[in-house]
Design a binder for this molecule. Sequence first.
Ligand code: THU
Length: 133
Amino acid sequence: MKEKELIDQAIAASKMAYAPYSKFYVGAALQLENGEIIMGCNVENASYGLSNCAERTALFTAIASGHNKFTKLAVYVDREAFTAPCGACRQVIHELAPGIEILLINNRREIKRTSDQELLPLSFGSADLENND
Ligand code: THU
């Protein structure tokens, strides 16, 4: 699987974004272990707090489609600066895709590579709920 395709899909996903309030159009492309790619975009709401980020859209779509093994997540915004996942998405990535490689893509198609561990150090997760008596 070529990263070029993953990046193309993240860019295509950003064009599906429903972001009439922020006008900040985010696309995500999630690569499954089997090579398939699942896309996600941000979906906003007039009740702003209900908005869902592109990363979580992609992860939730994948889970709802029966997939739970992920290798890479690309996040694209049509800006020169790299856009990193928000705090809520970092927690969800940590839960559903620990160890995934995260590629932040800018509008020059440059790649900044990061990871769940780097984005969410000293994290809280499912392991913390074990033996909590
Ligand atoms: N957003 C994402 O979809 N992903 C990110 O990584 C950062 C923020 C969305 C949420 C909201 O719809 C808009 O971008 C502005 O915050």
